[in-house]
Design a protein around this ligand. Structure first.
Ligand code: FES
Ligand SMILES: [Fe+2]
Length: 391
């Protein structure tokens, strides 16, 4: 963040073009289906955090609507994290119902085929009557890798890049944040009736701050910078980031809030996280924001459910458990602050979908300070073109 505001030149991003964006990309079910195939099923997407797998046998089950898939992610006896389709290889029954747990085997409720944490079929009643080898009945694997504590999966049969290569310079940066050492988290979800890109666009521009967040966004709005624009934008392959501006004349926060943020900063251990004052602002392709401020670090994953419905998955990460009532209060307060901001955004995101769904517009428009939204759209078009070309 910088104090005195120096605007980004309007011609800085000519390389991304200035064309309007087709509105149908936000409303057309066929286009959404194409995005699922070309993008979501070929990119590394967030699935969890290493702290969810403290021991051999620790597992979580995660659903991915874009792939119509449920995935088991489990730490094996050898310490390796593996991911499998949550599908029994006998006749396809969903294998595990629990959202998370710990165990050394997974048994299908239908005919009791039982699998190990390495995916192998261990036992099956009366298996001699089948016409197949046990070795050919393992759970179907999904690629899983982690970076900086975050666990990602990739649905491609053979991903074009490993996770670190996909993340580029952000891979190293993730390793330096408090996320890499987080041991616990608080999370919440919310759903909106809107295309996932409308949701992404909202969280990639400050143009709306003054109007939608006059109070919660006050830190980024000032006399020099009345619309609260960031002071810089940067692009790394399909990913991007911005440098936020902070109003030097901002009024002090109310005492309760200041106290909570101070406490949270100490206990979240963000300040010694290796990055300057813990500041992180990553917009990772295709659907993940990683944001660290001086008193919190959180992930915000935008999960498409259909062409016009999206779920937000927000997690605030911490190092260590609460050891006092004030620490517990500080964490809840900071999480509540983030919820407040998102609650302010939800209405306008849905209004966008209502308007676009009418078919009244052929195009929408992005200005210079909506360049992160434009970059996402350009990247999506590139991935779709590559997919169509058989890449
Ligand atoms: S479908 Fe799973 S054991 Fe039969
Ligand atoms: Fe907002």
């Amino acid at each position: 963040m910088t104090a005195s505001y120096e605007p980004v030149p309007d011609d800085a991003f000519a390389w991304l073009g200035h064309d309007p964006i087709p509105a149908a990309a936000y409303t057309d079910p066929a286009h959404y289906a194409l995005e699922c195939e070309a993008v979501f099923k070929r990119a590394w997407v967030l699935a969890g955090h290493e702290c969810e797998f403290p021991e051999a046998g620790s597992f979580v089950v995660r659903d991915f609507a874009f792939a119509r898939a449920s995935i088991i992610i489990v730490r094996g006896k050898d310490g390796v994290l593996r991911a499998f389709h949550n599908v029994c290889t006998h006749r396809g029954t969903r294998l595990v119902d629990a959202a998370a747990g710990k165990g050394q085997t997974f048994s299908c409720p239908y005919h009791m085929w039982t699998f190990g944490t390495d995916g192998r079929l261990l036992s099956a009643p009366d298996f001699e009557r089948f016409y197949i080898d046990k070795a050919d009945c393992s759970l179907k694997p999904v690629h899983v890798e982690s970076c900086g504590g975050l666990v990602f999966v990739n649905f491609a049969r053979a991903p074009k890049q490993g996770l670190a290569e996909f993340l580029g310079p952000f891979a190293e940066q993730l390793g330096t944040t408090a996320l890499a050492r987080a041991t616990t988290f608080a999370e919440y979800f919310y759903e909106v009736d809107a295309n996932w890109k409308l949701y992404m666009d909202n969280f990639q521009e400050n143009y709306h701050l003054r109007f939608i967040h006059p109070n919660t966004g006050a830190a980024a709005i000032g006399q020099d910078n009345p619309l609260g624009y960031p002071t810089g934008y940067a692009f790394f392959g399909p990913h991007r980031q911005q440098t936020l501006w902070k109003n030097p004349d901002m009024a002090m926060p109310p005492p309760l809030q200041a106290r909570a943020m101070g406490l949270a900063a100490r206990h979240a251990a963000v300040e010694d996280a290796g990055t300057p004052r813990g500041k992180v602002d990553m917009k990772l392709f295709p659907n993940l924001f990683v944001i660290g401020q001086s008193s919190y670090v959180f992930t915000h994953c935008v999960q498409p459910l259909s062409h016009d419905r999206t779920r937000g998955w927000i997690r605030m990460y911490w190092i260590g458990e609460d050891t006092s009532a004030s620490q517990c209060f500080a964490r809840e307060y900071v999480l509540g602050m983030i919820r407040d901001v998102h609650a302010e955004d939800r209405g306008v995101i849905q209004r966008g979908q209502i308007g676009l769904q009418s078919g009244a517009l052929e195009h929408i428009h992005f200005q210079t300070h909506e360049v992160l939204c434009r970059h996402l759209n350009v990247q999506l078009a590139d991935w779709i073109a590559d997919y169509r070309a058989g890449g």
